[in-house]
Design a protein around this ligand. Structure first.
Ligand code: F6R
Length: 618
């Protein structure tokens, strides 16, 4: 949530900063701002431009400025509002009364109200309603008390009284060749270029300049000058960390010929799933190889229960994982919203394993659930996409998704990759237990075919577009599924809500009679996931019940099922696969359906209103 970037080096900072926040725009897009330190006629000055709206609005505002903003040091921010409406004053960067300190912040300052009240009493004038601004005024006070202290030490003094989370980048007119960044439970990394540094909330913003990246840890501060960088921890000890080489290329983070990232990522799924499976399937042995779990495989053999914690779509993937683990690995499994697990009093037992699922690896609630498990000393493993992210670092072991950056705010390729990895895990855990060689082989062989089958469904995009066109004006949808496809009903409804702002409810089809059926009439369509699986007959009965109430039905069914065509308005076919793998296929038409309706209704599907990727505040 919120994207921050900072630059120090030999190039003009402004274009790099603007370009950088554009690639972070998916993290927040209600306002944006930039501050650049320039030295004109021997005098340092910070030029700051902010604006509500998208980054393009900020760019236009900058191009209308009379001043040429030409310095080599600067910071920028794209905002997802927490405190204060999206307007110019609340946009970052924020600054103190004397306009000496400018900073951008991602996170939440929890005690800002009391700090603000006392600063106002001491004569400070606030220009925004944000929590962030207090830091600038505290810096100003600290400067009065410590006239000679360098910016990094001043920043640490200022942060002493602050509680909350922050990724912070600070510049000051007093030290025109220094950029100070601090991380506390909010992602921040330093890209190391040739005579330049770019700091950012995530790697996509720095890839154009460098692939050498140092990920800061919580409680660390980095001091950057054009020549060198230094990192210290909370105890003021110097930290030496080798840069990691990020394999993502700049191209992966671009739309290419697609009109939206969301569509690109939907169509990337065959390749993304293949990347998640690559080198991990051993069809002959009916086994899977998960290098990231090797060190903990003995402990996993002892596992008596798995608790999956995640948020949003990742949580729904976990719900499918629960069915997979219980049926194929024979391990009791529970799934919890990370936001609930962290606040209830979960009972962990010695041989429990916490599995956290997070594309970004930075979701605040998921991270907190992980901390809870670590405190209780139980083994934690993760399914994570972003290399070097907090969850990737803090879990005991894990499996990377290898799907490249997911930029569309609504998750698509990360979801199907999660499902594929959960299937891998069921074989991994199952073969440590009772799963037979034959069953192991069967799942592995079917998994190998999945990328191709997903590709086949995508070829049917025109039919899905036609269905979307026909149904685009309805205001309510019910999504139904059973067993493995019940979580997919929730995911389909979530996609429609997010992208097209249509009210949609996901439900277990068996639960329909216990309430939701009251809503059904001719104006209330249902999307029913009805593959030919072990609960097919049951879901056909549910379809009949909807029909009897004149509800229009769009069914997702298995190729070759002609019977269903007679009873529903629309059928979208998916190929046959193992029941446990059908969710990877059945969700594809639902993603496309939501995407097309969003586009047909004229919405910005990549950046839906009120949302942001990577929810780093709780
Ligand atoms: C929905 C969506 C969100 C994320 C959720 C978790 O389309 O994208 O529900 O799935 O915020 O994000 P990660 O996986 O990064 O923890």
């Amino acid at each position: 949530m919120c994207g921050i970037i900072g630059y120090i080096g030999k190039q003009k900072a402004l274009p790099i900063l603007l370009d950088g926040i554009k690639s972070l725009e998916y993290r927040g897009y209600d306002s944006a701002g930039v501050a650049v330190l320039d030295n004109k006629n021997g005098e340092s000055r910070i030029y700051c431009v902010k604006s509500p709206g998208r980054i393009s609005v900020l760019e236009e505002k900058i191009s209308n400025q009379e001043n040429d903003i030409g310095g080599f040091l600067g910071i920028a921010h794209t905002r997802w509002a927490t405190h204060g409406v999206p307007n110019e004053a609340n946009a970052h960067p924020h600054f103190d009364c004397g306009q000496k300190f400018f900073l951008v912040h991602n996170g939440i300052i929890e005690n800002y109200k009391e700090l603000k009240n006392s600063l106002i009493k001491n004569g400070h004038k606030f220009s925004s309603e944000t929590d962030t601004e207090v830091i600038t005024h505290i810096l100003e006070d600290e400067r009065k008390k410590n006239p000679k202290t360098p910016l990094e030490e001043l920043t640490l003094k200022a942060l002493k009284n602050i509680s909350g989370t922050y990724g912070l980048a600070v510049i000051s007119v007093e030290e025109p060749k220094k950029l100070v960044v601090v991380r506390n439970f909010s992602p921040l990394l330093v890209g190391i270029g040739d005579g330049e540094y770019i700091v950012a909330s995530d790697a996509s913003a720095v890839l154009k300049h460098t692939r050498q990246i140092v990920f800061l840890h919580d409680g660390e501060i980095a001091i950057l000058t054009p020549e060198k960088h230094k990192i210290f921890n909370l105890r003021s000890e110097s930290v030496t960390r080798k840069p990691e080489k990020i394999e993502w290329t700049e191209e992966i983070a671009k739309k290419g010929d697609f009109p939206h990232f969301t569509l690109k990522e939907i169509f990337e799924q065959p390749e993304a799933i293949e990347n998640s499976l690559r080198g991990r399937l051993l069809p002959e042995e009916g086994l899977v190889k998960l290098g990231g779990l090797e060190l903990v495989q003995d402990k996993l053999r002892e596992a008596e229960r798995i608790i999956i914690a995640a948020c949003g779509s990742a949580y729904l993937a976990g719900r499918v994982g629960e069915y997979m683990f219980e049926e194929y690995a024979g391990i009791p499994t529970e799934v919890d919203f990370a936001s609930e697990l962290r606040y209830r009093k979960p009972i962990f037992r010695k041989n429990d394993v916490l599995l956290v699922v997070s594309q970004s690896g930075e979701t605040a609630d998921t991270l907190a659930a992980l901390h809870e498990a670590k405190q209780k000393n139980i083994l934690s493993i993760g399914i994570v996409n972003v290399v070097g992210s907090s969850i990737a670092r803090e879990t005991d072991a894990g499996v990377y998704q290898h799907i490249g950056p997911e930029i569309g705010v609504a998750s698509t390729k990360a979801f199907t990759s999660d499902l594929s990895i959960l299937a891998l895990l069921s074989v991994f855990l199952g073969r440590q237990r009772e799963m037979s060689l034959t069953m192991g082989r069967r799942i592995v062989e079917e998994l190998e075919k999945i990328p191709h089958l997903v590709g086949q469904i995508l070829k049917n995009k025109d039919q899905i577009f036609k269905v979307a066109k026909k149904y685009k004006s309805y205001n309510n949808f019910l999504y139904l599924g059973r067993k493995y496809n019940m979580p997919i009903a929730f995911e389909g409804a979530l996609k429609l809500k997010e992208i097209s702002y249509i009210h949609a409810e996901g439900y277990g089809a068996g639960e329909m009679k216990h309430g939701p059926i009251a809503m059904i009439n001719k104006d209330f369509p249902s999307v029913v996931i009805a593959p030919s699986d072990s609960v097919y007959e049951k879901i056909i009965s549910n379809i009949e019940e909807i029909k009897a109430r004149r509800g229009p039905i769009i069914a997702i069914a298995t190729e070759g099922n002609k019977e269903i065509k007679q009873i529903v308005e629309e059928v979208i076919y998916i190929p046959k696969t193992l029941e446990m793998l059908t969710p990877i296929l059945s969700v594809i038409p639902l993603q496309l359906f939501a995407y097309y309706i969003g586009v047909l209704r004229g919405f910005d599907v990549d950046c839906p209103r009120n949302l942001a990727k990577s929810v780093t505040v709780e």
